[in-house]
Design a protein around this ligand. Structure first.
Ligand code: CP
Length: 315
């Protein structure tokens, strides 16, 4: 595996899930695979889960992880091509990326959508430069449009908890005071469309996701109708795509609370975290026995480890 952005990069989903279960059961079985190998994890943005789960996954495989916080520990990096570098950015990605590549075997990159220039974000301008110039396999740790390690962990969590062969999974938009990227809902939609689930997206008007990610999902604007009979409720905020990066409303009637959960099939609640309580989800839901947010986060180690393992196997 040379890059990990999309569900297509993982190949057969059934095999990937079986491998994830093996990795989860025996996390240290591949300690020799990563011996004397280095992964550099580059963070342009904040993180708790991705930073720690990626390091843990690398350590489980016997690799040496190095974490670099761009703009914090390193020089400020210019990401746009063809600009006159007369501002506060001291180094260009064109030099920094091959230098980083020369120090490691695998690279992971977190580079959130800036939500100002849709083309820059949706062309994966930063991640694609890492793919082009590093000479190394590259993992998106949430980039302009996708968060595949999260979606893989989400799918594994659904697989572990489902009670029917083809569960109903509903992804619902929920309010948030700040503009958030679409990477998590994009990837979740992409992976659910590829999985054996009945997948529904519900959101207010104006929050439609890019059709490339919506795919064949059913879209329902009435949240309660969408949630009827759901086995899994996946809550997430995202900013508008059509009014790129804007917060169009913070309607708290969309907060996932007892009213929403009451129409489901005693659904499990999921969220990628971090989550704003009583904006996205009511305390009574996230604190209930049906909440999977902690096992879901724990599965981030497993998804990252499967991806790194496959990259090590193809070096
Ligand atoms: N879910 C997730 O990616 O969490 P962090 O932003 O804390 O890494």
């Amino acid at each position: 595996m040379k890059q990990f952005l999309h569900v297509s990069d993982i190949g057969d989903l059934g095999k990937a899930l079986e491998e994830a279960k093996q990795v989860k059961a025996t996390p240290f079985a591949w300690q020799n695979l990563g011996k004397n190998k280095t992964i550099i994890l580059i963070f342009f943005n904040n993180s708790l889960r991705t930073r720690l789960s990626s390091q843990k996954a690398a350590l489980n495989l016997g690799m040496n992880p190095i974490v670099l916080n761009i703009n914090g520990d390193s020089w400020k990096l210019e990401t746009q091509l063809g600009v006159v570098m007369d501002g506060d950015k001291s180094e260009h990605l064109r030099e920094a990326i091959p230098v980083i590549g020369s120090y490691c075997d695998i690279i992971g990159v977190r580079s959130f959508a800036g939500l100002k220039d849709k083309d820059f974000d949706y062309n994966e301008t930063i991640l694609n430069q890492f793919i082009e110039y590093s000479g190394r396999p590259v993992i998106s740790l949430e980039s302009g449009t996708v968060h595949p390690c999260q979606a893989f962990a989400d799918l594994l969590t659904i697989e572990e908890h489902k009670k029917t062969k083809r569960p109903k999974v509903v992804m619902t938009w929920a309010p948030h005071p700040k503009a958030l990227p679409q990477a998590v809902p994009n990837s979740f939609a992409e992976w659910m469309n590829a999985a054996d689930v009945d997948f529904v997206i519900t959101q207010p008007e104006g929050y439609e996701l890019d059709p490339r990610f919506v795919g064949n999902a059913k879209v329902e604007y009435d949240q309660i109708k969408a949630l009827e009979g759901a086995d899994f409720v996946y809550a997430k905020n995202w900013s508008s795509v059509s009014h790129y990066g804007q917060v169009l409303n913070v309607d708290r009637s969309w907060t996932v609370g007892a009213k929403q959960m009451a129409v489901t099939n005693n659904a499990f609640f999921m969220h990628c975290l971090p989550v704003r309580r009583n904006m996205i989800v009511a305390d009574e839901v996230i604190d209930s026995p049906q909440s999977l947010v902690i096992p879901e986060a724990a599965n981030r180690v497993v998804s990252a480890q499967v991806v790194m393992k496959r990259m090590l196997e193809s070096l």
